[in-house]
Design a protein around this ligand. Structure first.
Ligand SMILES: Nc1ncnc2c1ncn2[C@@H]1O[C@H](COP(=O)(O)OP(=O)(O)O)[C@@H](O)[C@H]1O
Ligand SMILES: [Mg+2]
Length: 145
């Protein structure tokens, strides 16, 4: 599986980031939480579009859920797309009820640092995206458990 082979990638374009995410999605069991880290405009939403593509979901449906906090897409399984940019308080995250749908699909969380420490008992994958000075993105994928 992709994750066992390699976990650090350089992406030179939006499309390459989507392809990395698509390959990740194809190797998933279907119930993982993917925590996405990276500054504004680093490519977290682009990465989720790639996950969607890998799950047979029309990627153009995927937009940043900054104002809605969570969007749910259906393809080969469900994709729960959460954006915690505007969330200040862990209680607000608890109100989303993520525990109730863990296991029902893939949960992708932008600003994953805000969800750290929550008792989400499933396989967690961390994806860190860093914009380099030349505009390329360094993408590190790490499976925690
Ligand atoms: N290698 C790359 N990977 C991902 N996005 C890239 C890349 N190079 C440039 N971009 C651009 O960076 C922006 C990333 O936006 P977005 O995914 O919404 O960021 P975030 O969700 O992290 O705030 C897009 O405009 C995209 O076209
Ligand atoms: Mg985003």
């Amino acid at each position: 599986m992709l994750l066992n082979m390699k976990n650090s990638f350089i992406s030179k374009s939006e499309e390459e980031t989507k392809e990395i995410a698509e390959a990740l999605a194809e190797g998933l069991r279907g119930d993982e939480v993917i925590l996405l880290y990276g500054s504004l405009a680093s490519g977290k939403t682009v990465f989720v579009k790639g996950l969607a593509r890998g799950m047979g979901i029309n990627e153009s449906l995927v937009s940043s859920p900054t104002f809605t906090i969570m969007n749910i897409y259906s393809g080969k399984g469900l994709l729960f797309h959460i954006d915690l940019y505007r969330v200040e308080d862990k209680k607000e995250i608890e109100l989303l009820g993520v525990e109730d749908f863990l296991g029902m699909g893939i949960v992708a969380v932008e600003w994953g640092e805000k969800a750290e420490g929550l008792p989400w008992s499933t396989r967690i994958i961390k994806v860190k995206i860093k914009e380099e000075e030349n505009g390329e993105r360094k993408i590190e994928i790490k499976r925690l458990n």
